[in-house]
Design a protein around this ligand. Structure first.
Ligand code: AMP
Ligand code: ZN
Length: 493
């Protein structure tokens, strides 16, 4: 096996339940697919955490020198309420409530998603395909599944025959569920009577009269099933078999289980070598989730406008907080946790700033190469970012030691040390420079406070056109002034 930058990665594979040596199908290339958001509402911080985990994986693989094709889709059709096979499409429902076109909902929340990811310094994926852009591929896939005997049509809808599939395959191979147990535990729901069995899932749904998002197909005017889009798009851009498939833990069943079944049924192959599942972000001890209302949006966290946290946090602090926990661990979002991360982040950034002023000596009193390899070892061990960060804090101690003259480092080692710290902090963890981040909000508030003062002076001079201009033009750039008896404060949105 060829090594990249001499590193040997082990990945925890949810399919086998083991950490396995990572070996891509094609030497030097990695194909990675991650289920993207359903763009019917603002993303919450739980969603951000999952995408950030895979942004970190993407960054590390690229850093080692792999050519990575990272596909992260946008779900803009076919995802029904409660992740079920009956009910209203999430996007159509939102469009109906807001009395606008479904595609306006899609556009609004796709833009929001991108803005949020930019705030947290994400790298863009290589391809970001949409479900509605791949209806033809999905129809072709359904035809193949029917031809192979694993799909059947009833009243214009097409379902996947889970029982038939399970005769020759293992439905439950990923989620470790057994079909008998599923049969035992599912209740036949009203409206699902078209299916041969309640465990079957929709590949194509005939659209009701009122359903706006619809496409012609051999079976009916309708829309594709939610699980199908990921199979169609991953196959199209990464092939019938590819290296890594990621998503949140909650997608393992049924979504990813169904993806495997669809690939097996259509192509006779298991599509993915390494299934990676990111664990959940919690709030108040329960999973953050839109449907239960237990969530906080990035904008609320970054502006401080929420009832949960004591203050606003910088996106880099939030990123650091998330990276301080391993992607496979549950993480609870708390004020204390964020405050501690803020302290740690500032300490790290101060040390990074100090790097430029360090003086070299004729000998090194610590082994820089061994320290650097310890950082790599952390990342090689299933992307263990908290251990990497522990190593970075060890580097902070070395930096302080060099500053105070208790530790020595040669010029060559100092060069290696600086480069490694920059690589791990900025390139791999995706953090931004301390000067831009830690002081950014203070600069903004300093400038806005000045404008508030000028506005007060304008009002005192009865120059209301100037005072209104200041308020209105700040509002245009997303800064709202709030007047009260105690004075004027501002908020950003
Ligand atoms: P959705 O838009 O609901 O399909 O979710 C987008 C992604 O966010 C999926 O990969 C989910 O698994 C993930 N996700 C949803 N809730 C959470 C959470 N509380 N913590 C971490 N990831 C989550
Ligand atoms: Zn998916």
């Amino acid at each position: 096996m060829q090594l990249y930058k001499n590193q040997h990665i082990k990945v925890y594979n949810s399919l086998t339940g083991k950490k396995e040596s990572f070996k891509p199908i094609t030497e030097g290339y990695v194909g990675m697919y991650v289920c993207g958001p359903t763009v019917y509402s603002n993303v919450h911080l739980g969603n951000v955490r999952t995408f950030m985990s895979f942004d970190m994986v993407f960054r590390y693989l690229k850093h080692l020198g792999y050519k990575v094709r990272y596909v992260r889709n946008i779900t803009d059709a076919g995802h029904l309420e409660n992740d079920a096979d009956v009910g209203e499409d999430k996007i159509t429902k939102k469009a109906r409530l807001e009395e606008i076109e479904p595609m306006e909902i899609v556009q609004r929340y796709t833009v929001d998603f991108h803005n949020v990811l930019n705030q947290f310094n994400f790298l863009p994926p290589s391809i970001e395909p949409t479900a509605t852009g791949h209806i033809i591929e999905q129809i072709e896939l359904i035809s193949t599944i029917i031809d192979n005997g694993f799909g059947y049509e009833v009243n214009g809808s097409v379902y996947f025959d889970v029982h038939k599939y399970n005769e020759t395959n293992n439905y439950g191979i990923l989620s470790k569920r057994k079909l008998e147990d599923l049969i035992h535990n599912t209740r036949a729901l009203d409206g699902q009577s078209d299916k041969k069995n309640p465990q079957d899932f929709a590949l194509w749904k005939k659209a009701e009269e009122t359903h706006i998002m619809r496409w012609p197909s051999p079976w009916s005017d309708g829309f594709p099933g939610w699980h199908l889009e990921c199979t169609a798009m991953s196959t199209k851009y990464l092939g019938e078999q590819f290296d890594i498939h990621g998503g949140g833990m909650d997608l393992k069943f049924p979504h990813h289980e169904c993806e495997i079944a669809q690939n097996q049924a259509a192509k006779g192959k298991s599509p993915v070598n390494y299934w990676m599942h990111a664990n959940m972000l919690e709030l108040n001890g329960a999973r953050m989730s839109k449907s239960t209302g237990n969530y906080i949006n990035p904008a609320e966290l970054l502006s401080g406008k929420n009832d949960i946290l004591s203050k606003a946090y910088n996106p880099n602090v939030v990123r650091f907080f998330m990276m301080q926990s391993a992607y496979r661990s549950v993480l609870d979002l708390t004020d204390n946790g964020l405050l501690a991360s803020e302290k740690g982040f500032n300490r790290l950034m101060n040390a990074v700033d100090d790097l430029d002023n360090l003086k070299a000596s004729s000998t090194s009193s610590f082994d820089v190469k061994a320290w650097e390899q310890a950082c790599y070892n952390a990342m090689n061990d299933d992307f263990n970012t908290p251990i990497l960060i522990a190593n970075l804090f060890e580097a902070v101690n070395h930096i302080n030691g060099i500053k105070e003259g208790n530790t020595t480092i040669t010029a060559d080692d100092l060069e290696t040390f600086k480069n490694a710290i920059h690589t791990f902090v900025f390139e791999l963890l995706g953090l931004n420079n301390a000067k831009d981040s830690a002081e950014g909000p203070n600069k903004l508030s300093g400038a806005v406070e000045l404008l508030i003062k000028l506005r007060q002076e304008a009002r005192a001079n009865k120059d209301f056109s100037l005072s209104d201009k200041i308020r209105d033009e700040l509002a245009e750039v997303g800064i709202t002034l709030n007047d009260s008896r105690e004075g004027t404060t501002f908020s950003t949105n």
